[in-house]
Design a protein around this ligand. Structure first.
Ligand code: NAD
Ligand code: LMR
Length: 329
């Protein structure tokens, strides 16, 4: 039997956390032979609800779940943790943009970055989901002054999966037939869902769909999908977000498929001309718990201007939260 790995989920009594905890504990993230210790972190007002989640986990009698810690103390929640999934934050409601949440949510990630720095495993991997996710990941990373920015990522896998779903429907193929999808940029309206490198059973996607469909329908639909779901449900996406968390962490930890890549928000190293440090979604391959940005993809002028638009938005968000970023990070 392998040693258990410790996984912290913040906001574990919330909608995404509730959908996620059971999937992680049942082995869908790390596989059927990997025992898990869950550390579920909430705010004091949500502790009663969190205890209910704990009872339900107990009632599942999951063989891989070796222990569950329920707490409102970040020092306990992040203690020696191997993976920290930062979901706990306010979601937007109808009519808001995700970065309208920036001032309310940013402080949470500054505090949690410091706490992760102090209490988590030195090899911890962090995924930020709470919005605006890219800039919150930057804030958490900047406040974890002893950890490397490569240990912090933000989630655009939901956008990636949404784009796969739209393309599969349009071409009447299976999602499993499609490789090399890309989400560039911010998890926001400026993101660029790029099917220019996609292959569908080896055929370029652009041989099977028209440019008009991509520009007039697919790209805006993915950019607005979060709002479309809020409009329909009255609540933001939860099960699909939890599903994307499982995909993101599983690929980061266990690797991506040969010949394919995934989209992750990662600290820019200057690739594709994007300012260093901002957390920007790139295509990445993963192996042995490390990611590499896919290099050398050709981008035309329109592609480049879309990347620049998203970069500009991220630089503006960084300027808004500059007081929460320790100097030099
Ligand atoms: P929710 O309101 O249902 O749950 C949030 C939970 O976080 C609540 O239980 C709350 O008590 C808890 N919380 C708040 N502050 C906390 C803190 N400091 N520490 C620990 N827990 C805390 O919201 P939700 O639907 O689960 O969404 C959570 C966040 O995820 C939102 O910001 C939402 O916009 C974002 N989101 C991101 C993506 C993405 O693709 N990146 C997708 C969906 C939702
Ligand atoms: C999503 O993309 O569904 C989430 O980021 C929630 C939102 O506010 O759109």
């Amino acid at each position: 039997m392998k040693n258990p790995i410790k996984i912290t989920i913040t906001g574990a009594a919330g909608h995404i956390g509730y959908a996620l905890a059971f999937r992680v504990a049942s082995g869908q993230m790390f596989g059927p032979d990997q025992p898990i210790i869950l550390r579920l972190l909430e705010i004091p007002q949500a502790l009663s609800s969190l205890y209910g989640v704990g009872m339900e986990l107990e009632d599942c009698a999951l063989p891989l779940l070796h222990d569950t810690v329920l707490t409102d103390d970040p020092a306990i929640g992040f203690r020696e943790t191997d993976y920290a999934i930062l979901i706990g934050a306010k979601p937007r409601s109808k009519g808001m943009q995700r970065n309208d949440l920036i001032l309310e949510n940013a402080k949470i990630f500054a505090m949690q970055g410091r706490s992760i720095n102090e209490h988590a495993s030195k090899n911890v991997r962090v995924l930020v989901v709470g919005n605006p996710a890219n800039t919150n990941a930057l804030i958490a990373s900047a406040n974890a002054t002893d950890l490397h920015p490569r240990q912090f990522t933000s989630m655009t896998r939901l956008d990636h999966n949404r784009a796969l779903g739209q393309l599969a429907n349009k071409t009447n193929r299976l999602v499993a037939d499609i490789t090399r999808m890309i989400i560039w940029g911010n998890h926001s309206m400026t993101q660029y869902p790029d099917i220019g490198k996609c292959l569908i059973n080896g055929t370029p996607a652009y041989d099977l769909v028209t440019r008009d469909w991509v520009i007039d329908h697919m790209i805006p639909r993915i950019q607005r999908r979060g709002a479309e779901i809020i409009e329909a449900r009255g609540l933001s996406s939860a099960a699909s977000a939890a599903d994307a968390v499982v995909d993101h962490v599983r690929n980061w930890a266990l690797g991506t498929q040969e010949g394919d890549w995934v989209s992750m928000g990662v600290a820019s190293d200057g690739s594709y001309g994007i300012s260093e440090g901002v957390v920007f979604s790139f295509p990445v391959t993963c192996k042995d718990g490390e990611y590499e940005i896919v290099q050398g993809l050709g981008l035309d002028n329109l592609d480049q201007s879309r990347l620049k638009t998203s970069e500009k938005e991220l630089l503006e968000e960084r300027a808004i939260v500059k007081d929460l970023l320790p100097k030099g990070r």
